[in-house]
Ligand binder design. Structure first.
Ligand SMILES: [Ca+2]
Length: 414
């Protein structure tokens, strides 16, 4: 979604959720190590995997964000501000579990309710964290709200975004560190009109990281003292990563706490970034770079280190139009796929698989297709995959199957 000029009406806006990390595998030692050892032995070359999707619900209205709850339900955010619940045993509940339509600006194709994730203590508190564009002028807004109590929304952080309706970011997710991460686009239009990506004085074009369990002064949150720019003059201390264009989908790997970010390109390439916790403060390039190519030399500075994507694919003159960042598979149904990051493209629906190589670098492959117009790929409490389809309003369950690799070798290493 986010993007560009192609098919604006069909590209939505979106976001996701990732949530899973917080409750799925909270204690690092549990999930990580034991399972990791088991799965390394069963991992297969990416080209021997394919994704198979099965539609499990329909009738959603522009579903754009997805998250799993500890009780096994999936919450689905619809662009207009309603939140629906799905459970594998009972299907899609007829009535929304939350209705935020009164406060959400849906005036542009990319504006709306964009992100949703449960608090790590959701089972006890029922608190959800949400990202949306707010009335009356589309301000990017991070808030929390108890499920079922829309009049108890508490706004935590906002960023003005009135000029253009596109590039709102909108992903919210808890890290393994217990802090909340939120992505914001560069301000919209095209060509980074506010030169926001490289400007540490604005939250536009950033991923921020805050502590929502405490309040500091007048703010309903605190800035962690080890955020990278807390002592940088003129910088917003909330910033965790910068140089982003429209990171409207990112996720946290619950095993190692790394971020996987799908940053929507302008017209040349789409990119996936993989950022470990020790890479705090990384400059992901925009709008000096779009992917690895230089985009605007005037935004490039000598002596600055840019962090390249770990995977990029062509957008120009292809069926691709806008990356939909996904998640690292940490479920148990397909041990062969454990540790594989999967993402897609809103237009081509290709399923991209990316995995760090034990020897360094990354391997990648195209492993089939997702259903049409994927807006969000996320997991349930067990780490199993689901995907949303925008205009048709579908929720589909996704599983992996083993296949014979194509003779021409669909795998590309970089
Ligand atoms: Ca980049």
């Amino acid at each position: 979604m986010s993007r560009r000029r192609c098919r604006p009406a069909t590209m939505l806006a979106g976001l996701v959720v990732l949530a899973l990390s917080a409750f799925l595998l909270p204690p690092a030692s549990v999930a990580g190590t034991a399972v990791a050892g088991a799965s390394r032995t069963s991992a297969v070359p990416l080209a021997e995997l394919t994704v198979v999707s099965e539609q499990v619900a329909s009738g959603l209205r522009r579903p754009i964000a997805l998250t799993g709850l500890p009780d096994g339900r999936m919450l689905i955010a619809e662009k207009n501000g309603t939140v629906r619940a799905y459970h594998p045993d009972t299907g899609l509940a007829a009535e929304p579990v939350l209705d935020l339509t009164a406060r959400i600006d849906t005036s542009d194709n990319e504006r709306g309710l964009l992100g949703i994730t449960p608090a790590p203590n959701f089972a006890r508190t029922g608190i959800l964290y949400i990202a949306y564009t707010s009335l009356p002028a589309g301000a990017l807004t991070l808030a929390r709200v108890p499920i079922g109590a829309p009049d108890r929304v508490q706004v935590l952080l906002t960023q003005e975004h009135a000029e253009y309706g596109n590039h709102n970011g909108g992903q919210v997710a808890f890290g393994r560190d217990g802090y909340l991460y939120w992505s914001l686009g560069d301000g919209g239009h095209a060509n980074d009109p506010f030169k926001a990506g490289q400007d540490l004085g604005t939250l536009l074009g950033k991923i921020v990281r805050i502590d929502v369990n405490r309040a500091c002064g007048a703010k309903p949150y605190c800035v962690p003292s080890d955020n990278p720019f807390v002592r940088t003059r003129g910088a917003r201390p909330e910033i965790w990563l910068y140089g982003l264009r429209n990171p409207w989908r990112f996720s946290v790997d619950p095993v190692d706490g790394s971020l996987w970010i799908g940053d929507v390109g302008q017209g040349l390439v789409e990119e996936i970034n993989h950022i470990r916790p020790w890479q705090r403060g990384a400059n992901l390039g925009w709008s000096c770079r779009e992917g690895t190519p230089v985009f605007d030399p005037e935004q490039c500075r000598s002596g600055v280190r840019y962090t390249d994507p770990v995977f990029e694919y062509e957008h120009f003159l292809t069926e691709n139009c806008s990356v939909t960042g996904g998640v690292v598979y940490r479920g148990s149904a397909t041990p062969e796929a454990w540790g594989t990051y999967v993402a897609s493209d809103y237009c081509s629906t290709l399923a991209f698989a990316v995995r760090p190589k034990p020897t360094g670098g990354y391997e990648s492959a195209t492993i089939g297709n997702f259903p049409t117009q994927p807006t969000a790929i996320d997991v349930d409490v067990h780490g199993e995959l689901y995907v949303l389809s925008d205009l048709p309003g579908w929720l589909s369950r996704v599983r992996f199957e083993r296949v014979q690799p194509a003779p021409d070798g669909a795998t590309a290493n970089r």
